[in-house]
Design a protein around this ligand. Structure first.
Ligand code: ATP
Length: 270
């Protein structure tokens, strides 16, 4: 096929089809996401939200259809090209934090910056700033196993935002959080995205969280159920984290950065 994607769409998909071991998960999804947009992808469990984020974020190859990022094809990339794209351009927050257990909170947040070549001082300063913004500044020197779930999830959000990737994918990032913590984390995530012109693709099965997005699309059984509808921005979204600092390129469902990451940090640990 086909026509080139519109210039102002940072991500553009056309006719994506994807199955998992013969089970259809996406049955022809076409979608454009504008630069700096906060898009919510909603739908019941099993409707295909994670699979869609996986295809858009180059974690999963599509079976058919096209995915473009910044007017460059993603669907034609091999595994190495997709990994490079995810590492260099995308941040990810999942419903599980996938932190490196051997590292402290600040080391986990600094890790993607260090791996991308940032100096120690810049990486740890950014890590401390992001933990502060997420209201967990005091846990910087504590390891994940001594923290509660909501603290661990905030570390994961800080890690995703710290390198300021052009696109952040958040797959049910508030699933482990109670309502108040979920609202706070989403306010920070969306206001940080807006203040840094990051594009945020947020999958959620919680219709209440759609209010944090600029627009939402609904999935039902692997298809788009309704045309994208504008939604009101949450009033508090523009308050909160008018943050500054960096981003995280940890991929969905991927193992934590693991021992390579741990040794990268321990080599630079201060
Ligand atoms: N690794 C897998 N192996 C087999 N089937 C899978 C796999 N991952 C997803 N599926 C199936 O694909 C369909 C879409 O799943 P997906 O996880 O994308 O939906 P979802 O909307 O994100 O669900 P949830 O809200 O529960 O995360 C479902 O039928 C699911 O059972």
């Amino acid at each position: 096929m086909s026509a080139a994607p519109p210039d102002n769409d940072v991500l553009w998909a056309r006719g994506i089809v994807k199955s998992h071991h013969g089970t259809p998960a996406l049955r022809g999804i076409s979608l454009g996401i504008r630069e700096g947009e906060v898009l919510a992808v909603t739908g019941p469990r099993g409707s295909g939200k994670s699979t869609l984020l996986g295809c858009l974020s180059a974690l999963l190859p599509v079976d058919a259809g096209e995915v473009w990022f910044n007017s460059a094809p993603v669907h034609t990339l091999g595994r190495a090209g997709r990994e490079r794209l995810r590492r260099d351009r995308f941040g990810f927050v999942g419903s599980e934090p996938h932190l490196v257990p051997e590292l402290t909170a600040r080391e986990n947040v600094a890790l993607p910056l260090l791996l991308a070549g940032a100096g120690n001082k810049a990486a740890y300063t950014a890590a401390d700033e992001w933990l502060e913004r997420l209201d967990v500044g005091e846990i910087g020197r504590i390891r994940p196993d001594r923290l509660v779930q909501s603290q661990r999830q905030r570390i994961a959000v800080a890690r995703a935002l710290a390198p300021l990737p052009p696109v952040v994918f958040a797959d049910d990032p508030t699933a482990p959080l109670h309502r108040e913590a979920a609202d706070q984390v989403l306010r920070i995530l969306t206001s940080a995205a807006r203040s840094h012109q990051l594009t945020l693709v947020l999958a959620t099965h919680d219709p209440e969280l759609v209010r944090y997005a600029d627009r939402s699309v609904a999935l039902v059984d692997g298809r788009l159920a309704a045309p994208a509808a504008p939604v009101l921005r949450h009033a508090a979204a523009s308050a909160g984290a008018a943050a500054a600092a960096s981003a995280g390129a940890v991929t969905p469902g991927a193992a934590s950065p693991g021992t390579a990451g741990a040794s990268a940090v321990s080599a630079t640990r201060r």
